[in-house]
Design a protein around this ligand. Structure first.
Ligand code: UN1
Length: 494
């Protein structure tokens, strides 16, 4: 995403939105089996409504998408022009998207702005790919399964990847953010999307999966979501008689940041706060496990505790808010269960002091635990909780081993001023994205291929280290201006 570098007009536009927030409209999509949507930040606030798809309507949408693909009448130049129009249209309606994102997904105004920018970046990136790459053979109907935590950016990113390569799309957005998906589909239609080319199924994941994934009319799958669902997709696709079906999966991580005693403490703390607690920790790239070299750990922990108390929890519609709500009650229950277990076997170092400005939502105060080993985290913890592990200077190889043994491989942070140490860790730990002396969220479209290795997904493919400038930060010295990424595009689908 592109959440850095705001100028004054952005901030003014957001402030006006902040002031106007409570008078904005609701979003209604009439139909049978209607579902009302309430805001995760305030469960009394009605956001809109939508209708669930039945099995029959899912099948109908699949058939339509297949017919649209069979027409083969949407040529590359028209596809590229469509993507560029869509990018402009998204940006023209920026305030609308930021508002809906805050109310339906509980994302802060700045996170919402980053969503719009990233979605537009995907459109322009794939439009450029159409012009740059030789045409490949499209697959047919691509099933795009997108998550609620990036309800616009990943929804649009997957669909535009598939469309750019000439496919038709059956989109299955997370049900928690159905309104955003339905509105984005409408916008695509107004930008000249050919009839039926993109269909959007609104259904609980398990129902949609059972109906659609075994169906031989689905010819490829793009998935961002949980590791458990990714495994189910692999198994189900493998059982199809027409296998192999391409699956691009991006799943979770137990993302670690290793900070040795040469790290600049204030920069480190800033990056821990942003990577672990902003977006309420609800990013697959977020920091979960912070390895601190023992000599300086106490000092860093004290600074982190102070910074946690500065965080403002509250309504995502207020510009001053740093941490919004979790997405829903099951998410909060999962975090509570995790904390109940850790309260017995680990040390609670701190709970952020800031109480939410209003309490009618699924808020969860950021927490810092100290644990002994990553084995204490059996699965991804999707929320604002950071787990500290201390290590002695001569234990670095054991840290590497511990991270690799956990099996996930999405993001890794390294804070050090010893070049040899950064090089050693970046080479020894198997992950898709290594961030050196900066935060570890906010991958930028077109600059940095984003994907996980091991349990974290199917890409990016292994490649040599590529050092590029850090686009967000321009404020500091040596070692801070780069990150490492692999050498493939985010999604190559043809
Ligand atoms: C996700 O959280 O599901 O780099 C993936 C980042 C984002 C992560 C998106 N692009 O923080």
């Amino acid at each position: 995403d592109n959440s850095g570098g705001f100028d004054v007009s952005d901030i003014c536009a957001l402030q006006r939105l902040d002031d106007a927030a409570r008078t904005l409209p609701t979003y209604e999509h009439a139909g049978r089996a209607e579902q009302t949507v309430y805001s995760p930040a305030d469960i009394r606030q009605r956001v809109g409504s939508f209708a669930w798809d039945s099995t029959a309507s899912m099948q109908d949408k699949l058939a339509r998408a297949q017919r649209a693909f069979a027409r083969k009448d949407w040529l590359a130049p028209a596809r590229a022009a469509f993507l560029l129009r869509l990018a402009d249209a998204l940006e023209a309606e920026q305030a609308h998207w930021i508002d809906l994102c805050a109310r339906e997904a509980g994302k802060t105004l700045l996170d919402g702005l980053a969503e719009v920018r990233e979605a537009a970046d995907f459109c322009r990136y794939y439009a450029a790919q159409i012009q740059r790459l030789p045409p490949g053979r499209p697959h047919g109907v691509v099933l795009c399964i997108s998550p609620w935590n990036f309800p616009l950016a990943i929804f649009i990113g997957q669909i535009t990847a598939a469309l750019a390569a000439g496919n038709a799309v059956l989109a299955k957005p997370a049900e928690q953010t159905s309104l955003m998906a339905l509105h984005a589909l409408k916008l695509m239609q107004t930008c000249g999307l050919p009839p039926d080319r993109v269909q959007c199924v609104i259904a609980p994941g398990a129902d949609a999966g059972r109906v659609l994934v075994p169906d031989c009319r689905i010819q490829a799958v793009l998935f961002t979501g949980s590791n458990r669902t990714a495994r189910w997709l692999f198994r189900t696709l493998a059982q199809r008689t027409d296998a192999p079906i391409p699956l691009v999966a991006e799943t979770g991580g137990q993302n670690a940041l290793i900070a040795d005693s040469t790290a600049l403490a204030e920069q480190l703390v800033d990056d821990v706060i942003r990577s672990g607690f902003h977006s309420a920790g609800q990013r697959c790239s977020a920091l979960r496990v912070l390895f601190l070299q023992a000599d300086t750990a106490d000092r860093v922990i004290e600074l982190i505790k102070g910074a946690m108390d500065e965080l403002k929890l509250g309504s995502p519609q207020e510009l001053a808010t740093d941490v919004g709500p979790l997405i829903d009650e099951p998410a909060r229950q999962r975090l509570h269960a995790h904390c109940q277990r850790l309260d017995k076997e680990a040390r609670l170092l701190h709970v952020a002091k800031s109480a939410p400005t209003h309490s009618q939502g699924y808020f969860f105060a950021p927490r810092l635990y100290e644990i002994q080993h990553m084995k204490q985290l059996p699965e991804e913890v999707f929320g604002p909780i950071v787990h500290v592990i201390r290590y002695a200077a001569d234990e670095l190889p054991a840290v590497v081993e511990q991270i690799n043994a956990a099996g996930f491989g999405l993001t890794l942070g390294i804070h050090t001023r010893i070049q040899r140490c950064a090089d050693y860790l970046a080479a020894a730990i198997k992950v898709g994205n290594v961030y050196v002396n900066r935060d570890m969220v906010g991958a930028v479209v077109g600059v940095q291929p984003f994907g996980g290795r091991g349990l974290s997904g199917t890409g990016p493919k292994a490649g040599g280290p590529l050092y590029v400038p850090n686009l967000r930060r321009h404020d500091s010295g040596a070692g801070r201006q780069r990150y490492k990424a692999a050498d493939t595009a985010p999604v190559a689908l043809s």
